[in-house]
Design a protein around this ligand. Structure first.
Ligand SMILES: NC(=O)c1ccc[n+]([C@@H]2O[C@H](COP(=O)([O-])OP(=O)(O)OC[C@H]3O[C@@H](n4cnc5c(N)ncnc54)[C@H](OP(=O)(O)O)[C@@H]3O)[C@@H](O)[C@H]2O)c1
Length: 381
């Protein structure tokens, strides 16, 4: 039986027939024009499969950092998220394979595991540390391996970062995010603490996650923010209310998490799909049984466009995000090599301006159940 974590050279040739062409999309990237510097405007079909392991052809900017257009989310490489705990050595290999395929942006956080995702990322990147951008996040208190609440007191941040550097086996974190706002600490104090870490050379750039535009402005006024990270997908479009415009105005990058709708776009999901109780998605409102029937219409839209553009639904979702703004860098999370390859192939799926308008019209005509209401746009999560 084949192991889904493994590379295809170790799998039966019968796997992935439908997505065979995706490897070729990576080959095509080498010749592709710079992606997204003015949005994606050139229609282009993916080409047949030939090779794997080609480099992604372009980059995007998050403040001072230059990164691949699609990064890799490493959260669920730690146990306790979406899947049964993956084998650690396989995740180390997956991260290294992602780099070999051109990914230069890796996302983790202290709280993933906790600590385990950072350890895996640190081990995987040791030999290629200078070729990649590494992002992690602070913001919590721990007792042993239990999370006991939020804490972004300046002294606490500085202590936590020392532990993060050890786990990540590095002397600097390229992008250090505030993971969740601590209501007890003014944002200026948090930004000031990260500014001190930047001055000390332990951090290169500051990021914030799931904050509102006002908090973003407060942070940016003290220490320039390179990137905002929030959930953004075909289904969860709250950043469009105010955040993307704020990022554009301030010259800040945007990193969508949950870009594949937390896996809902995968083959096989339907309105009757249910998540196991231990899977975090069992408590996500837009994946609840009462929401799925309505929300599967968005999946159907992505499937329709996938047929039309010779891509997969996940690729349509990721390419659509890339096409929204040139400062967007999605970080789909995966623990499987075929999914990684599929996700990276999204950079080769292009929309014309007319297609984007058509897609938007179809999308806005669909109702969504369980996503965040527009009124939440001014709230910190
Ligand atoms: N800032 C924050 O608060 C925050 C919150 C959550 C996550 N994040 C970050 O964002 C990253 C991504 O977010 P996410 O993991 O929640 O959402 P996601 O990337 O939308 O979804 C991940 C899920 O989709 C599946 N998947 C990925 N690619 C697939 C493909 N091509 N075909 C089928 N299934 C696919 C994965 O399963 P397989 O493993 O089986 O591929 C996993 O179950 C995380 O890894 C983490 O680094 C940040």
């Amino acid at each position: 039986m084949s192991n889904e974590h493994e590379r295809p050279d170790k799998q039966a040739n019968t796997t992935l027939d439908r997505r065979k062409f995706l490897a070729g999309t990576l080959g095509a990237m080498a010749a592709a024009p710079l992606l997204g510097m003015s949005g994606i405007v050139r229609a282009q079909s993916a080409t047949p499969a030939k090779t794997t392991g080609s480099k992604q052809a372009s980059h995007r900017r998050l403040g001072p950092l230059q990164v691949s257009p699609i990064g890799l989310g490493c959260m669920a490489m730690a146990p306790g998220f979406y899947n049964p705990a993956p084998e650690r050595a396989a995740m180390v290999r997956l991260i290294r394979d992602a780099h070999a395929m051109g990914v230069t942006f890796f996302d983790t956080a202290e709280v993933y595991g906790p600590f385990i995702s950072e350890e895996i990322v640190g081990e995987a990147l040791t030999l290629i540390r200078n070729e990649v951008m590494l992002a992690s996040k602070f913001g919590f208190n721990y007792k042993g391996s239990s999370v006991t609440g939020r804490n972004s007191q300046p002294a606490h941040i500085k202590t936590r970062v020392d532990g993060m550097l050890k786990r990540l086996r590095t002397d600097r974190i390229d992008l250090l995010y505030l993971h969740r706002m601590d209501p007890k600490v003014p944002i200026a104090d948090i930004a000031g603490a990260v500014g001190d870490l930047i001055s000390a050379g332990k951090v290169r750039a500051f990021g914030v996650s799931e904050v509102n535009p006002e908090t973003l402005r407060g942070a940016h006024a003290v220490t320039p923010v390179a990137a905002v990270q929030s959930e953004y997908s075909l289904l969860e479009r709250l950043p469009e209310v105010a955040m993307l415009d704020t990022c554009a105005e301030l010259g800040i990058g945007f990193v969508p998490w949950g870009p594949t709708m937390r896996g809902l776009l995968a083959d096989g999901f339907n309105a009757y799909s249910r998540f196991a109780a231990q899977d975090r998605r069992a408590s996500v409102p837009f994946l609840a049984p009462e929401a799925l029937e309505t929300n599967m219409k968005i999946v159907a839209l992505a499937r329709e466009w996938a047929q039309r553009k010779d891509a997969t639904p996940v690729q349509i979702a990721l390419a659509w995000l890339l096409a929204q703004r040139d400062f967007i860098v999605p970080i789909p999370g995966t623990t499987k090599w075929p999914h990684l390859r599929e996700n990276l192939g999204a950079v080769d799926v292009r929309f014309t301006a007319g297609e984007l308008a058509e897609f938007r019209n179809a999308l806005t005509a669909l109702s969504v159940v369980g996503n965040r209401p527009a009124s939440k746009a001014q709230e910190n999560e």
